[in-house]
Design a protein around this ligand. Sequence first.
Ligand SMILES: C[S@@+](CC[C@H](N)C(=O)[O-])C[C@H]1O[C@@H](n2cnc3c(N)ncnc32)[C@H](O)[C@@H]1O
Length: 212
Amino acid sequence: MKLVKGNKTLDIDESELDKIIAGFKRTEIDLGTGDGKFVYKSAQRNPEILYIGIDPSEKQLEIYAKRTARKRLKNALFVLGSAEILPNELTGKADKLNIILPWGSLLQLVAKPTQDELKKIKGLLKPHSELIIVFGYSPELEPSEAKRLDLPEITERYIKADVLPEFIKCGFEITKLEKLQSHQLEEFDSTWSKKIRLTSSRPLFIMQAILN
Ligand SMILES: C[S@@+](CC[C@H](N)C(=O)[O-])C[C@H]1O[C@@H](n2cnc3c(N)ncnc32)[C@H](O)[C@@H]1O
């Protein structure tokens, strides 16, 4: 798989990855990590946990990959990939998977999930691991996105009726679904959580699940 290290990319194979993982108590993946701030900040706070951020944008990943290299943080990795094309090396490696404020096809996967797509992200997880998704979207605030992705309005009722059953069918046990107030985004120290916290009052939800 392709790692973004500083402003370079580097290929590592599964045995090299396994050696890194073995040095930590647990491994957490952040899918759609963007610039990687959440991974970087989490890695600074919890040196015993390995954080792996995945995003299709190399330019975005470089932002916190450079800071990680400067600070010589060993527990933050940045990987090029997408929900559709996940590196095989990461199969079954995560104790926890975060998806924070997805947009584009990642938001579509979360808000209009299909079994094929869910199986791909489930593939990242170890048995009994945890999934956390923070998402929300407003057709008024993002009319072009609504049209392009053909998304319905995301309400609690819609999530319960149309989203959760797909996750359950895929083997997840839902442990929490709650509306999130913008200020609660503070818990997720990422670039977009800060932007949204400070600028808009869109409906947001947190969904937590355990893989059975
Ligand atoms: C609004 S940003 C959020 C970034 C970060 N999680 C944060 O909170 O700052 C959405 C991210 O989703 C990524 N994304 C979009 N489609 C994706 C996909 N199919 N698979 C993985 N990431 C995707 C984008 O590249 C972008 O970085």
